[in-house]
Design a protein around this ligand. Structure first.
Ligand SMILES: Cc1cc2nc3c(=O)[nH]c(=O)nc-3n(C[C@H](O)[C@H](O)[C@H](O)COP(=O)(O)OP(=O)(O)OC[C@H]3O[C@@H](n4cnc5c(N)ncnc54)[C@H](O)[C@@H]3O)c2cc1C
Length: 478
């Protein structure tokens, strides 16, 4: 098919910067870039047509709450009350910094941040098309985006902010017998008194149960997961002084974990809360992760990360209370196990869990609907989005050894299949996990977005200086 070249509307020397994905990460990066490079056009591609909310904050149901209180959800670290002020102005003037507000309010907040940035800087534009491929060139350092209407778009640099894609279970052979728990239409299919089986026991399951409970029509709820661990309820953490990490044995994971557990026990014995220690360790998590050997990273992921995740990523206390109440009343049962089959029955669906011993047979659970609440996939190879598949195929993107996301350099550039650091492709969002480990929540992503914009500003200025060797660059010191 003949490709149509779209004129980006800008002269060659000022080719736009393209950001693919208008969720939290892409939107924040666009805002910071348009502040830092006001004369450079920035195009934010968002396939849903609405930039800002992304997957996490586009929900309409009021039962879908943020997992973090309003006072800690500002998009800008240097303006801690920025979100709270928006909530008081546009949602409820009695909003408190400790409130767990609806996620849709946060989506509206991001839309407003973006429209304010666009009012100040008209060179920031949103494009509602889906990017399906990129043909790049590291020789001349530019990229050509292929869009879903078959047109192409030339960009000086590309930021990949495609975020949370398919669920971890979506690539399994049984996925067709399940419904995505995140999609409200799946819950619409649950009729009065029907039983539901939920795969996954993390934050997505908690949200799903809260919404089913709000609708009030569900029968029994079965939850199955590999570890059957529930996220812990949020409580404010006391501010402790940053932990002295020098005492931690270099890359000896087992001893480090033992020392951390002992520190928690001692802190609790003095009346403290385990959350205080998790909070004090959080800023150091990336450096601790980077110091671990590959072997210890693998061990951490296998043996400790399920425990780490449920303590680190806590949920709204209201949601936790609903789930506990359903467990105590016997309406919700959680089972630990490995799924060995999912089958459509005559009237029901059934799910098989691996036998726990040689004498035991497969354990079968039945329900009217099976909901997939396994959360976003981390392994790039399991993602079906054509853009990710094409970037992997072309070798512009490379999964890390532990399948947590994409390999990147210290300045957020993608590291390709051959180990080369890209001149034009940058990465932001949960795909940064292999380098930073913590790259999921707003508190980290807002820092990454600001830092990435600063790196891109330097790269653009350097390029301009290279292109006009006889001119003194604007940022040069005299
Ligand atoms: C349900 C949920 C609740 C959460 N709640 C909290 C919370 O309360 N507090 C907190 O701190 N963190 C929370 N998080 C963490 C959350 O991951 C981040 O805050 C944030 O959503 C990540 O943003 P992102 O832009 O990287 O990804 P996403 O939000 O997934 O956005 C990616 C965007 O890219 C678009 N896109 C993808 N591919 C293309 C393409 N090829 N072309 C065009 N557009 C494309 C998608 O349509 C999507 O809008 C939550 C996460 C989830 C999933």
């Amino acid at each position: 098919m003949e490709l149509q070249e779209i004129d980006s509307g800008f002269a060659d020397s000022s080719r736009p910067l393209a950001i693919i994905g208008g969720g939290f990460s892409g939107t924040l990066t666009a805002i910071h870039l348009s502040r830092r490079l006001p004369a450079t056009p920035v195009i934010l591609f968002e396939e849903t047509g609405v930039a800002g909310p992304g997957l996490a904050y586009q929900v309409a149901s009021a039962s879908a709450r943020l997992n973090v209180p309003a006072g800690r959800m500002s998009a800008f670290q240097d303006q801690p009350d920025h979100f709270l002020q928006f909530a008081r102005r546009c949602f409820d003037k009695a909003s408190n910094s400790r409130d767990f507000l609806p996620r849709s309010v946060y989506g509206d907040y991001l839309k407003e941040c973006l429209s304010e940035a666009r009012a100040v800087n008209p060179s920031l534009r949103v494009d509602g098309r889906r990017v399906v491929d990129i043909t790049g060139s590291d020789e001349n350092g530019s990229a050509r985006l292929l869009l879903d209407d078959q047109s192409t778009f030339a960009a000086a640099l590309v930021v990949l902010a495609t975020g949370n894609q398919d669920s971890a279970f979506a690539s399994s052979v049984w996925a067709s017998h399940t419904l995505p728990a995140r999609d409200p239409r799946s819950l619409d299919r649950v009729e009065h008194g029907q039983d539901v089986l939920i795969i996954g026991s993390g934050l997505t399951m908690m949200d799903t149960v809260a919404e089913l409970n709000r609708r009030g029509n569900v029968g029994a709820i079965h939850v199955v997961s590999r570890n059957a661990l529930l996220p812990q309820p949020y409580a404010p953490a006391a501010i402790l002084s940053a932990p002295d990490l020098d005492y931690l044995p270099d890359s000896n994971l087992r001893r480090s974990v033992r020392m951390f557990r002992r520190a928690i026990r001692e802190h609790e014995a003095k009346g403290g809360d385990w959350r205080d220690l998790f909070a004090s360790l959080r800023p150091s998590t990336p450096s601790l992760w980077q110091e671990l050997s590959q072997k210890d990273r693998g061990r951490f992921l296998r043996f400790f990360s399920p425990f780490w995740e449920i303590h680190r990523h806590q949920c709204a206390p209201e949601t936790h209370a609903i789930v506990l109440e359903l467990i105590n009343s016997g309406k919700l049962r959680i089972q630990k196990g490995t799924i060995v089959s999912v089958e459509p029955g005559e009237n029901h669906k059934r799910l098989g869990l691996a036998a726990r011993s040689h004498n035991e047979a497969t354990r079968w659970l039945e329900a009217d609907h099976i909901l997939d609440a396994t959360g976003p996939a981390r392994d790039l190879e399991s993602i079906r989005h054509p853009l990710i598949r094409n970037l992997l195929r072309r070798g512009f993107l490379k999964p890390d050894t532990h399948r947590l996301g994409a390999e990147t350099s210290v300045d957020y550039r993608s590291i390709g299949r051959g180990g080369q650091v890209s001149k034009w492709l940058y990465v932001i969002g949960p795909m940064l996990r292999p380098r930073f480990f913590e790259a999921t929540a707003v508190a980290e992503l807002r820092l990454h977005a600001a830092a990435l914009a600063s790196k891109i500003e330097s790269a653009v200025n350097d390029r301009m200086a290279d292109e006009s060797p006889n001119q003194i660059p604007i940022h040069a010191e005299t």
